[in-house]
Ligand binder design. Sequence first.
Ligand code: ADP
Length: 650
Amino acid sequence: MKNKHISKEMYACLKRYWGYEQFRPWQEDAILAILDERETLTILPTGGGKSLCFQLPAMLKDGMAVVISPLISLMKDQVDGLKDMGISAECLNSSQGPAQQSSVIGRIRNQEVKLLYISPERLLTQETIELLRSTDLSFFVIDEAHCISHWGHDFRDEYRHLGAIKDNFPGINIHAFTATATKEVQADILTQLRFDSPQLNIASVDRPNLAYRVMPRSNIISQITGVLEKHPKEAGIIYCLRRSDVDDISGRLNKLGFKNLPYHAGLSDVERHLNQDQFIREEVNIIVATVAFGMGIDRKDIRFVIHAAMPKSIEHYHQETGRAGRDGLPSYCYMFYGGGDFGVWNFFSKQSANRDVMLNKLRIMYNFCTQPQCRHKVFVNYFGQEYGQSTCQACDYCLGEVDMVDDPVGVGQKILNCIDSVKCGDDRSFGAGYVANVLKGNPTSQIARWGHQGNPNFAAMSSETLASIRYSIEQLIGQGYLSRQGEYDTLFLTDQGKRLLNGEITPILAKPLVAARKKEISIRQKARKAQDWAGGFGYGFGNRKPNHGPVANRKPNHGPLACVDEKLFELLREKRAELARKQGVPAYIIFGDRSLKDMASVKPTTSEAFFGVFGVGEHKLKIYAKPFIDVIKQYSKKLPSAISPFLKKY
Ligand code: ADP
């Protein structure tokens, strides 16, 4: 009975402030545990909705919740977002002037604040401890809790002292949140924060609303522009390996009319911040960046992420692509990798104390690129979870965009035989380019010098293109049948390669795509995208708890997004941008794309109908119903046929 009552209150609060009707997977579990006075560690993927897990119980409990967050730059946006929902939130940090700080302190003393955002270093000053002790606290939240761990990729020294919360505030619960799921990080968080029998809420790492496509790099600019043409007016990040690549690609895209800004550590602080800010504030939609770009980007409508080179690990790829589609809407990740990327990362890894670990991660990453398989499944399995579906319908492999070699064992054996037969002794071998020429039967001067025209494997694959032979060799390397060694990256058979020669195992080999097939796939991708937006893959997050069992089937959701009026959507976006500019906040704080799409589909013209729009809570209803309804009415007046069949019916 008690639980039923709490559940009712939770749903009422969800609609009242956030304007949402349903919780996402794990949110209810996390919230109930907090309300039940159990300490929690909650791991949800980026975009999984972590903030709501602590913001909602903060509203239901007496006192003020204190949120420790590592990025001062994000605090203001988060607090502005909460205020825009009618929640009294504040932050305390060094970017505020003395007058502003004392006004916040006054409000805390008067018990007028429900959520306080603060940096870890500020929290543990004597002054703050005394301030917080003088008021009623509900609980502490450690956001981005992986920063506490040396094993995490963003370790922060200041986070190391957070164990002291228990000494200074005995009896007040702590709740930790992160998107980083590795076991070492989890264990470290629990020990460092001195948790006592916490509840663990660990979601699947799968991001069903992301579609992954991984392709070998050829002409990178035309590959990138091909993607950009599929995403006009949409926001995206293009990740490059080096700063010089950023400058080059950014410059060339700008010349071609794809307006973008660069971002890397070589730019001045001012320029970097300026570029990041323009992206967050939607003044520019495309950013070309090194991996330095990302932490602190809270923009929810990033629709695509392009990797112009291979990232150095699956963790990095997952994190970087994870910045797309935080609003839960279909979003797209494209990677263009090259064999050379492995070499570059390998070179960087030489400076690392952890070289063996890095190299192993790099090999797994290269395998991910070169082995055609369901991309979602690889991610989920990599993080030690089970993927219960046979097809995701949201990656190049499952969507049939990869053409497989008919006789992979035969092709693999021809290549391995050739490598074995051209080598002299145990340590003199040849590189991929040379081997490909022997197999193609190209009588190059080098081949003549080594007398390999007479080799039995010379021209053994003469009917294939040189590019196709090279592609198969790269895949055999990536899948562990061959290893590249020494200064000249020469090729050697591994034990697994020997098993392939004996016919014991089968490699998974794809063919390179010819131009006509590429064109056909590109047309299919466009059609697929339209279908996704009409309620296809991964729309919303469904009801899945994969670590409690296999992932449930993707259910197509033919919701109202199926009839979005794109012209009206554009007008609503303009209105949103205008209001955001006036208020000095990022546009997503006012409404996410999903809310605007909902409006552009249902076309509400009364306050009552507007309250039914996704993401409209009581406060937003009060301040935004009029300006957005006005846009809808004006549009419908000009175009009477635009009135939704949905509304005509009711
Ligand atoms: P995370 O911190 O896990 O990356 P956020 O807390 O930023 O994710 O949430 C991502 C987006 O999802 C936000 O726009 C948030 O308002 C939205 N969201 C959270 N919970 C829900 C829900 N139950 N229904 C719909 N949208 C939600």
